[in-house]
Design a protein around this ligand. Structure first.
Ligand SMILES: Nc1ncnc2c1ncn2[C@@H]1O[C@H](COP(=O)(O)OP(=O)(O)OP(=O)(O)O)[C@@H](O)[C@H]1O
Ligand SMILES: [Mg+2]
Length: 446
């Protein structure tokens, strides 16, 4: 996904100067926006911030310092350069006393401007490499997520990712690790897929003989993720008692193996995920509030695919391209595919899309990939979310898949409730979802 260009905001009532500066910045790969008053600049800063702001002092509706007083400079990510035509010792002294503020005098010398831009560019996070799990998305929400994560990833901040099933939470978790430059491994633990009574020893490890069946010492996920990232998926499925231990480990940076006595230092960055609403999970007693605050230095909310506009088209095309590359074929999406893609609500999100493309690709005879959407094929006359219609000719795998996705959607992607409704374990749900992923992946590896 292409991240936004570094940005410069030029706040100056001298329209000619502002335009000249904007053009200068644009030719150097910046996105430039202009404001001619404090009021206008306020709106622009609120909307998308700026990596660099050129700020005039005498503006029609006040002094540039008024704007600086409003900005919380200590937490402002961008740099501010005051560029004034009416310099004074007083204003220079005031500017110099503020963090991240430069003081320059008009006419602005190109060499100085160039240096400011170079500095802003250097501080703008690196674009996400495409190797990063192939995260695709250009809608504002996804761009915003990537922009924020570029800033958060290199810090030790914990990250909590929420969002429906199949929205890419794990992909994001891996991306955070890859962008973090942490030396250790990325270790993923699905708290909902491990029997609760075994979770402690999986996380913290155990000493030989610490319980029946513990024949050997076992190094837990925490130690495996030392200097790296521990991804705690489905965090709300962790028993509350264990959440207490987890919190203690995070606060002290130390763990003790089950059946052991020694405290072991661990340096682990935590990324957690859930498809529940964290606040509700707290109310329901599934997530301890104190742990939540420790996990949620930064919260990422993955939008459902149906709220990502044309991203569904980009993703579909990317999946077809990938399949073409891997199979050496040159199939194309049918001309009416976009209509189908945009109409379906994708309750299983990107995972569902990926499987649908995969299936259509394999089934298409010629070079045209025709999409028979589950929504159309399964229940053309049932627009409620509670009915699934099976037609003769569908495979059991297809029936299982439809039932799973519809039930997940019906229960708001709550896997525990879905499992209960389907009469299977949460683990089975996870396995089925993983299988859908694998099917898509196998197909793409074909
Ligand atoms: N933006 C994206 N670009 C490309 N592929 C994506 C994107 N988002 C998700 N995928 C793919 O969709 C599938 C599901 O993503 P992922 O496993 O990260 O979802 P999840 O939110 O963790 O789901 P669950 O809650 O069910 O665990 C994966 O195969 C992933 O690679
Ligand atoms: Mg996941």
């Amino acid at each position: 996904m292409t991240p936004a260009l570094p940005s410069v905001l030029i706040v100056d009532d001298d329209v000619d100067f502002a335009h000249a500066a904007a053009d200068f910045a644009r030719t150097r790969g910046f996105r430039a926006t202009l404001a001619h008053s404090i009021e206008e600049s306020r709106q622009l800063i609120g909307r998308d911030g700026a990596d660099l702001m050129l700020l005039d002092l005498e503006l029609p509706d006040g002094s540039g310092f008024d704007l600086l007083d409003e900005l919380d400079l200590a937490h402002h990510n961008g740099r501010v350069a005051i560029v004034t035509g009416t310099p004074s010792i007083e204003s220079a002294a005031r500017a110099v006393s503020m963090p991240v503020v430069d003081y320059l005098i008009k006419p602005l010398c190109p060499v100085q401007f160039e240096a400011l831009l170079a500095d802003a560019r250097a501080r703008t996070p690196r674009p996400l490499p495409s190797a990063f799990g192939g995260l695709i998305g250009e809608c504002d929400a996804m761009q915003g997520i990537v922009r924020d994560l570029c800033k958060v990833a290199p810090t030790p901040a914990s990250v909590l990712i929420t969002g429906e099933s199949g929205t890419g939470k794990e992909l994001i978790a891996r991306a955070v690790h890859e962008q973090s430059a942490r030396r250790g491994k990325f270790v993923a633990v699905n708290c909902g897929a491990i029997a609760p009574e075994l979770l402690a020893s999986h996380l913290f490890g155990h000493e030989r003989g610490s319980f029946t069946g513990a024949a050997n010492r076992h190094i837990g996920y925490f130690e495996q993720a030392h200097q790296g990232t521990l991804f705690l998926d489905e965090i709300t499925e962790m028993p509350p008692g264990l959440q207490v231990y987890l919190l203690r480990a995070l606060e002290t940076g130390q763990i003790t193996r089950v059946g052991g006595l020694d405290s072991i230092d661990v340096n682990v960055r935590i990324v957690a995920a859930t498809n529940r609403d964290p606040e509700r999970a707290i109310d329901e007693g599934r997530l301890r509030e104190d742990l939540f605050y420790r996990l949620a230095d930064f919260i990422v909310t993955m939008p459902p695919l149906r709220a990502r506009g044309d991203d569904v088209l980009l993703l579909a095309q990317a999946f077809v391209d990938r399949l073409n590359t891997q199979s050496g074929q040159r199939k194309r999406l049918a001309p009416d595919a976009h209509r189908v893609l945009l109409q379906h609500s994708w309750p299983g999100n990107v995972r569902e899309l990926r499987s649908a493309i995969q299936r259509a690709y394999v089934l298409s005879d010629g070079d045209t990939v025709k999409l028979a959407m589950p929504g159309r094929r399964v229940a053309p006359m049932h627009h409620d979310d509670t009915t699934v219609m099976f037609t003769v000719g569908m495979t059991y795998a297809e029936i299982e898949r439809e039932m799973l996705l519809k039930t997940l959607a019906r229960f708001n992607h709550d896997k525990t409730q879905t499992a209960r409704a389907l009469g299977v374990s949460v683990r089975t749900i996870h396995n089925q979802l993983a299988r859908l992923d694998d099917d898509a992946r196998d197909g793409s590896d074909a």
